[in-house]
Design a protein around this ligand. Sequence first.
Ligand SMILES: [Fe+2]
Length: 193
Amino acid sequence: MVHIHKTIEQKKEECITLLRSTNRDKIEDLITHITSMGYFEAPGSLKHHRFVGGLVSHSLETYHKAMELCEEKIRDGFSPDLMPKDSVIIAALMHDLCKADALRYSKTLHRTIEIKQTDHSARSVRKVRSSGFILTPAEEDAILMHMGGKRRIKDEIKRKEHFMKNPLSDIIHRADGKSIGESKRRHHPEQYR
Ligand SMILES: [Fe+2]
């Protein structure tokens, strides 16, 4: 939880260091692309992490929680090869990339405003791709399914099977939910008493 007390500059540095640590082809192009989109200034959502730097804060929280969930999955018998660290980094930090140029925090209105429609997960995948960076199929699935995948897989049993077969998608979805829940409890504790 140390990261919530970091400054936005420190979070930016942590995020870039993590992305570089993947050693993936075109990672510098991806960093340049997300920076120009406003990734490091954007708020995280209209509903949570509603502050300048909220998106990078939420993405880092998602990453840290995903790493914890990875350990859990491995203890449950899943192969670590299904959740390589570079994929956890890419999927966790890029799952909400669509918001980088779509949301802004208005200091005069004291709230987050939507300047573009996000249409969310599919747009995040397109935005990563437009930098030239290539997502693995598992990373793409994790981004597309991070909100639970109800629209993509209507049948609940099939959806659960999908998450069982794709542990990276499962951990990103659950880590995202945990970060959102904690943000709401931090900023709106009255709703959780
Ligand atoms: Fe998210």
